[in-house]
Structures are given as structure tokens and as C-alpha cells.
Ligand binder design. Structure first.
Ligand code: PLP
Length: 396
């Protein structure tokens, strides 16, 4: 008998490439000085939470009864908070959700793990569209699903429908979409999501069972050119939204978000019960209680996102002018840059010699690129440009 679960031991032992680079950056900073390390590894917001968020925290601490403020709420979250969230969704997007369609969670990671656990039966398949957030594989497999990848559209980084069509089959339980996208920064256009929904509806009819669309939306509000981010519940009945306040309100360490189950899902009550059951089974009951109240008071608000826009323009323009090929990002805070050699890991290693920390794209299901998280100080980007120039010149 094994002492521990070997799969879990493996996950805990082999750190993600992103974490490895981040740790390497800390070590280098202690050797050569933090100002000489250009760390583009982590998607940690670099702009503070809106002032109202901290004001509301202080106000709650000053005026609420401490025992109830820090006490348990119901497993799915405070009714008043779920009502505020569902009102916000109705007002902003017109989807008819109510408080009993909302489950408060610890960020998008918990929203996804709970949703997947609620949906997956043994043998079911979960599809991710490349490039994708690497934890989708971890979360899907932990829920017992077979994880399938639809290869990327290497042109516009929308959806490669031939690849998606080939991967869908009668065992497909869910498709995860993420727009604005980590790692490409691209927003799926209305025509893309309409085509996606039409394809899924066709396959639902063919297979005689629902295929759920899991919309992972931590970057929904992070768009820079007024690009529309269609609300998928309005286009496809079998939709579950996994939302997080980590990026929109710069609160990733506070672990707060929600699941919204579309009321148009035919077995909506069964699915909501399964979400509650999965939350229970995974220990994700009662999301942080004070943060539930804080986000309810700040719905629809965002941090000042202007620094990301400045960084996007500076980095995209400078790198493409130097001769790098990059995907133009409409949103999130990532730039996806083509590696000048086929092996992105080798390119990332060469960049490391110049203290440029760029994440190779292999774990995003789309080899041959690197991801730059530009949620950093603008000044760091400016200081890093000579190193980027040296790097590309080393290939000439
Ligand atoms: N999904 C995507 C696409 C992400 O980029 C992240 C975090 O970077 C998450 C989910 C997890 O976010 P959270 O902090 O809300 O758990």
C-alpha cells in the first residue's frame, strides 16, 4: 500500500513552470538586485484594489458585530450577497439569474474545481481550447475527467473549429472557455462564440445530452479597446459562469469569486444541488465571510486598469518593432510572443541568461511561444527593453 496518493504527491512535488520561474527570479534578485531582474512570470495584479474596497473593509470592522462578521455563513454564501451578485448579472448582462443560482467560492480556481466535480461522472471528457490555463488539466483530472485539448487557432487565436469538432464526441461533458484569455490576451469575438454555441447545440442534439459550457471569466472586465465580451449565458442555455474578483478588484490573495448556474439549464436544480454537494465534498463551503460582503458592495467596479493598458501598448509596440512576432492582446494582462526557435523552453532558458523571465508555452497546450505577464511596473518594462533587443539579436 502507498503511504500517500501518488498522483497528489506528483502534483505537489513538480512545481508549475510559472512558479519555478518566479522562485528563480527571487533567487536572482538576491544575487544581482531586484532592479536587474525582469520578471514576467506571474499573473499577480500590480494595481491596487479600489479605495472603496479597503474603506468597506474598515467600515465593516468598525461597525459590524465582530462575531457575525467573521463567523460562518451558509455554505453557498450569504443570501444578501448572492442576491446582490444575481441583481448585478441581470442589470449588466440581462441574464435572468436569481440568488439561488449563485454559489460563492474562493476565486476562479475553486469555482472551476467545484463546477467540474459537480458535472463529471467516470469516463466523461472535458475539453479545453488551446492555449489554456494549465490548471484546467489538473482540475479536470482531479474531478475524474479525461482531459482533451482542442488545438489552437494559430492565426487570430480565436477558436480552431476543425480541431474542436474533431475532439467533441458522445463522452464530452463540458468545454471550458476563457476570454479574455490567459495566456494569449485575446477576446473571443461575438462571431466566434456564436459559432461555438451553434456547434455545441448541434452536438447536444446529436448525442442527446447536454454539453456544458464552462465560462472561466476572471479577466472579464480587463479589456482595453472597448472590445465586447459576450455573456455566454445569453447565447447558450447550458452555461456555467466561473467568476473571480482576483483580477478585476486586485484581490487574488483574498480568495473570493462565485459560480453562476444558468437558470436555462434544463436540470438547473439538480446541477445547483450538485454544485452545493461538490462544494461540501471538496471543503469549499462558506467563502471568506467578510470578503463576501466587501465584494457585494463593489460589484461592477474595477481597480484602475490604466497601467495595464499603458504596459500593453509599450510592450507590444516595442517588441514588434524589434522584430518579435506577438499576438495583439485585447485584454487580460498577458502578451503571447512567438519563440524565434521552435523550442520555447530553449528560448526561455536563453532569455533567463539575460534575467528576462518568460514562461514557455508548452503547458498552455500551444508549443512555440512564451507568455509575458505585464502586470508589472511600467518602469520595469522600460528597463527590460535592452535585454529583449539583445535576446532577439542573438538569433540573427
Ligand atoms: N483561470 C484563469 C484563466 C486564470 O488566469 C486564473 C489565475 O490566474 C484562475 C483561473 C484562478 O484565479 P483565482 O485567483 O480567482 O483562483
Amino acid at each position: 500500500m502507498h503511504t500517500v496518493n501518488e498522483h497528489m504527491q506528483g502534483l505537489g512535488t513538480v512545481r508549475s513552470v510559472i512558479r519555478d520561474l518566479f522562485e528563480y527570479g527571487l533567487k536572482r534578485a538576491s544575487e544581482v538586485g531586484a532592479e536587474n531582474v525582469y520578471d514576467y512570470s506571474l499573473g499577480n495584479p500590480s494595481t491596487p484594489a479600489p479605495a472603496s474596497v479597503e474603506a468597506d473593509m474598515l467600515d465593516l470592522i468598525a461597525h459590524e458585530d465582530s462575531v457575525s462578521l467573521h463567523g460562518y455563513t451558509s455554505a453557498q454564501g450569504l443570501y444578501s450577497v448572492r442576491k446582490a451578485v444575481s441583481d448585478d448579472i441581470r442589470t449588466r448582462f440581462g441574464a435572468e439569474v436569481g440568488p439561488d443560482d449563485i454559489y460563492m467560492t474562493c476565486g476562479a480556481a475553486a469555482s472551476l474545481t467545484v463546477t467540474l466535480k459537480a458535472l463529471v461522472n467516470p469516463g466523461d471528457e472535458v475539453v479545453a481550447i488551446a492555449p489554456f490555463f494549465p490548471e484546467y488539466r489538473v482540475f479536470s483530472e482531479a474531478a475524474g475527467a479525461v482531459f482533451r485539448v482542442a488545438e489552437a487557432d494559430l492565426g487570430a487565436f480565436q477558436i480552431n473549429f476543425d480541431a474542436l469538432s474533431a475532439v467533441l464526441n458522445a463522452r464530452t461533458k463540458a468545454v471550458i472557455v476563457n476570454s479574455p484569455n490567459n495566456p494569449s490576451g485575446v477576446v473571443f469575438r461575438r462571431e466566434t462564440v456564436e459559432k461555438l454555441c451553434a456547434m455545441l447545440k448541434e452536438r447536444e442534439a446529436e448525442y442527446g445530452h447536454p454539453i456544458f459550457l464552462i465560462s472561466d471569466e476572471p479577466y472579464r472586465e480587463l479589456v482595453y479597446d472597448g472590445t465586447e465580451v459576450p455573456y455566454l449565458m445569453n447565447l447558450y442555455d447550458d452555461t456555467v459562469v466561473c467568476y473571480s474578483f482576483s483580477k478585476s478588484l486586485s484581490l487574488p490573495g483574498e480568495r473570493i469569486g462565485y459560480i453562476a448556474v444558468s437558470p436555462k439549464i434544463r436540470e438547473n436544480r439538480a446541477l445547483y444541488a450538485a454544485v452545493c454537494g461538490a462544494g461540501r465534498a471538496l471543503g469549499y463551503v462558506c467563502a471568506p465571510s467578510m470578503m463576501q460582503q466587501v465584494v457585494a458592495k463593489n460589484l461592477g467596479k474595477t481597480s484602475d486598469l490604466s497601467v495595464y493598458r499603458t504596459n500593453r501598448d509599450l510592450l507590444y509596440n516595442a517588441l514588434t518593432e524589434m522584430g518579435y512576432e506577438a499576438v495583439y492582446p485585447d485584454g487580460a494582462f498577458y502578451l503571447f510572443v512567438k519563440s524565434p526557435e521552435p523550442d520555447a523552453k530553449a528560448f526561455s532558458e536563453r532569455a533567463k541568461q539575460l534575467d528576462l523571465l518568460l514562461v514557455p508555452s508548452d503547458s498552455f497546450g500551444c508549443p512555440g511561444y512564451v507568455r509575458l505577464a505585464y502586470c508589472v511596473k511600467t518602469e520595469m518594462i522600460r528597463r527590460s527593453l535592452p535585454a529583449f533587443r539583445k535576446l532577439i539579436e542573438s538569433y540573427r
